[in-house]
Design a protein around this ligand. Sequence first.
Ligand SMILES: Cc1ncc(COP(=O)(O)O)c(C=O)c1O
Length: 478
Amino acid sequence: MFKQLNLDKESSQPLYMQLVDQIIRLIEESKIQKGFKLPPVRKLAEFLDVNTATVASAYRFLESNGYVYTRVGSGTYVADQSKKSREIIDKLKLLDQGQLVVTPGMINFASATPAPDLFPVEDFKNIINEVLDRDGGLAFSYQESKGFRPLRESISDFLKLYGIKTSPDDIQVISGGQQGIDILSKAMLRYGDCVFVESPTYNGAIAAFKSRGANIIGIPLRRDGIDLDVLQDRLRSKRPAFIYVMPGFQNPTGYCYSEENKIKLLELAKKYDTYILEDDYLNDLDYSDQGIRPIKSYDDGGYVIYLKSFSKIFMPGLRLAFLSLPQKLSGEVIAAKHITDISTAGLTQRAFDLFLRKGLWKKNLEYIKKIYRSQMMYVCEKLKLIKEIQFEKPRGGLYLWLQLPEGYSSVVFYSICLRNNLLIAPGSLFYPDYNDDTHFRLSFASLSREEINRGIDMLGESIKELTGESENKIMPLI
Ligand SMILES: Cc1ncc(COP(=O)(O)O)c(C=O)c1O
């Protein structure tokens, strides 16, 4: 094994990380296998002509990431790799499926759930009372599966603000954006069908498409939208059931499509006769006030399924969203909605209808935009102090897409952060097969200034651990 190790003292990569990389390569290429005993720290340090702390740090890093394990008094051994990758994937899946327990004191940079003190509780209380006085028990009966008719009318009016012309008959009320993706998958996908997605993309959508046995094909995402050349190339050989995109403050990158990209994407959908599923989960949070024009507003041929959720900009617990559908999909979608939960809660629909009609929607949006805008500025200023991280400030939204120094893995960084009581969303989460990535997503939606300060300090420390510059962590094992 010694002969295959060679450290470059002139390199800018820390020596211990070079050793980590080389040992991982030996493990991955099966040159050393499960149960293989690594050389004692002192012996390897002598051979490599480095400090024992360098080798000890490398072994410690490999151990904390599951590549090796230590037997006290005996030595360090290569671990069972299938178990190791399973452990990391299992940890990621817990995060992915919302099951990762956020322990007290943990700083949660992964969640984009708005802070509860931003919810318009007083206004909503008055509205609920008004609905109950007006409708009595009717507010608690089953609703039409398509949605409460007056709400569909007010949504159709509200959509005019976004340049979308749609009839109340083409609106489908749903219990949250995730349900929209799920019922569309039920209505439109058969086992083995193909769906095109941006790469990276929203993990909840990946899960819904996978649950229908769909074949998910990632199309690279550029700063100004989906890569149209690659898309066209793929469309020539495969016709997807739909192309799933988020043109405004894309999750996870925060990128926005240019108008040109949106128009060309729509032209391609027409040319290859497929649908675009446009997920507007955040368009309204535009701090530049330029506004995001939905692709749906350009669509005069029924190629765009428009999905709008109110979770991130209103109250996620209401579970309220809607679809504006091309007419010919309406029947299949109602059937899928009926199978799923018959109808969205009537009280919620009636209350939201009044909320829109009274214009309280706009007042609330202006309020949260002001708060989030200053929160975004604050986080970006603090992050600039961590020189190892690269990012661009988006013009809106709740996410920052941060890049680690080249060659470092977001999954390894995720496990270091987790140990330090910090939750981030590693880039791997946003690819169908958890491909590794050097990016991670950070959200500031639910954190106080004090938590942001503490969290960013911890983030800086975790980066130092990752890149081997931390003074605390370098402790010889022997
Ligand atoms: C892009 C995207 N679409 C849909 C959803 C689901 O939202 P909802 O809470 O309305 O189900 C989310 C939630 O994070 C999201 O990020």
